[in-house]
Design a binder for this molecule. Structure first.
Ligand code: CUA
Length: 348
């Protein structure tokens, strides 16, 4: 059979039905987007995992639903007016009016009330979140192009790119930068905070459940900004204490006469390993502390998995992995790379 069956079929579905179907598809898509928004994707601030993020998400949803009601009412009134006062014939003209004091007062007062309804809880939450309990655990975070230095001043601990915290305890982060402006952000635990050279900004948060929460620099800071990632690892308090004890342990030097021992001084010009003396004292160029590098989940600030392959790939040519990397390509031989990988991975 020939002809145009599609057109015939379309004619069968009447216009109002088609309009209804289109609305249904749109509504289903919107519901799908909203449902996806609240899933626990690693960087989803609408899937909060701690009290600070919960308060911030609560504020978001309050404003969202107020805006949604306003949108539906305003668009509804608009569509109704378009239909009700549509032109019915060529000489049709609606009644002409000028000004309406009552309406004007109403549409001034209603938005003012709405703004107050948004402002009161917002200002309250801002002051509430700025408070940190006295004696809270402090963590100093120093931003570098393109990694994070993590210091625990009260525990005499230094690490990099992975922040360990105990669950249920509010932690105060003191943020500063050694070079340009960065931004410290762990979306599931708290909103972001700028990391500015020459000043210290603070951010408080805590995690309710043990787990690994992804963080990311959120201020464009140069070539490898996108690879300036970090992780917050929340432990039960007893496990956190165990982590602290293992981090306080010094590292063993490479075996005397080994290839690793010959190559390591090059690394120690910039990196520190607690327990292993550098060739010229403490490093002048800051680079991530390597004392317990073997126990980290990732290397190169989240760019590579902490595996033999990952570490070898990094040592072979750092700037090829991470554009602009301050660590140059040292043209290490495969044997030197193998020796270093074996030694570094032993630093648990
Ligand atoms: Cu640091 Cu972007």
């Amino acid at each position: 059979m020939t002809g145009e069956p599609c057109d015939t079929n379309r004619a069968v579905i009447r216009r109002p039905t088609r309009r209804f179907l289109r609305m249904a598809v749109f509504t289903a898509a919107l519901a799908g987007v909203l449902a996806a928004c609240t899933r626990d994707y690693p960087y989803n601030s609408l899937a909060p995992a701690g009290p600070v993020a919960e308060k911030q998400a609560g504020l978001f949803w309050l404003v969202f639903w107020i805006a949604a009601v306003v949108f539906v009412l305003v668009e509804g009134a608009l569509v109704y007016a378009l239909w009700r006062f549509r032109r019915r014939s060529t000489d049709d003209r609606p009644k002409q009016v000028h000004g309406n004091t009552r309406l004007e007062i109403a549409w001034t007062i209603i938005p003012a009330l709405l703004l107050a309804g948004v402002a009161v809880p917002t200002v309250g939450t801002i002051f509430d979140l700025a408070e940190s309990p006295p004696g809270a655990m402090r963590v100093e975070v120093v931003g570098h192009q393109w990694w994070w230095e993590i210091r625990y001043p009260d525990l005499q601990l230094v690490t990099a790119n992975e922040v360990h915290i105990p669950t249920g305890e509010q932690v105060v982060f003191e943020l500063t930068s050694k070079d340009v402006i960065h931004s410290f952000s762990v979306p599931r635990l708290a909103g972001k905070q700028d990391v500015v050279p020459g000043r210290t900004n603070t951010l408080n948060f805590s995690a309710t459940e043990p787990g690994t929460y992804r963080g990311q620099c959120q201020e464009y800071c140069g070539l490898s900004h996108a690879y300036m990632r970090f992780r917050v690892i929340a432990h039960e308090p007893a496990d956190f204490e165990a982590w602290v004890q293992s981090e306080l342990a010094q590292a063993a030097a490479p075996e005397a006469g080994s290839l690793a021992e010959q190559v390591l001084p090059t690394c120690l010009a910039c990196h520190s390993i607690n327990g292993v003396e550098g060739p010229t004292g403490p490093p002048q160029t800051p680079a991530p502390d390597l004392t317990h590098i073997g126990s980290r989940q990732t290397i190169a600030a989240g760019k590579l998995p902490n595996t033999e392959d990952g570490m070898a790939t990094w040592l072979r040519d750092p700037p090829a992995v991470k554009a602009g990397s301050k660590m140059p390509d040292y043209n290490l031989t495969e044997d030197e790379i193998d020796a270093l990988v074996e030694y570094l991975r032993s630093l648990k």
